[in-house]
Design a protein. Structure first.
Length: 166
């Protein structure tokens, strides 16, 4: 999945890491002949690449980034009370991750905006919702679940921003 570069930092060995809009980091080394990224060597070069997309394999694998904090949770839903919006394609905002937590029963989780994959979620198998990825759910019989939303922690120690997740 393509994600824009939003910033940079250096790791403990001094290598540059691109910070992506999803919250993941990706090393951006200039190591000819394998990696040709001369732009990473200067502040001007790095700045010129801000908002450029990089492939994020961690988003493809639905891995939560480190440092996320929970900031919002839906009420519990069952097969009769699932909001219409969750049954149709929707997505979270940039930087907002969701975790679908099934308390009992099963849900079908459709990742239409990733690669069309479909997952069956149960109490032992939560569903991870990557930012800006179209998805929807459907009950697979009786079910109880809720959705919890996460984002990067701000410098003040609270979840960044105050707007709604969707």
């Amino acid at each position: 999945m393509q994600r824009p570069i939003t910033g940079y930092h250096q790791d403990e060995e001094g290598d540059w890491v691109a910070e992506l809009s999803c919250g993941h980091g990706q090393h951006v080394r200039h190591k000819p002949p394998f990696s040709l990224r001369p732009w990473v060597q200067t502040p001007e070069g790095r700045e010129s690449m801000l908002q450029t997309d990089l492939a994020c394999v961690r988003c493809d694998r639905l891995e939560l980034p480190e440092g996320l904090v929970s900031y919002k949770r839906t009420p519990e839903f069952d097969e009769h009370s699932i909001p219409s919006g969750l049954k149709h394609n929707h997505s979270t905002k940039a930087g907002v991750w969701g975790v679908i937590r099934v308390l009992s029963g099963r849900l079908r989780y459709h990742l239409d905006g990733l690669d069309g994959r479909q997952l069956i979620l149960g109490p032992e198998d939560p569903g991870f919702v990557a930012p800006e990825v179209l998805h929807h759910i459907e009950a697979d019989g009786p079910v109880k679940f809720f959705v919890e939303f996460y984002r990067q922690q701000s410098r003040e120690g609270t979840a960044a921003g105050s707007s709604s997740a969707r």
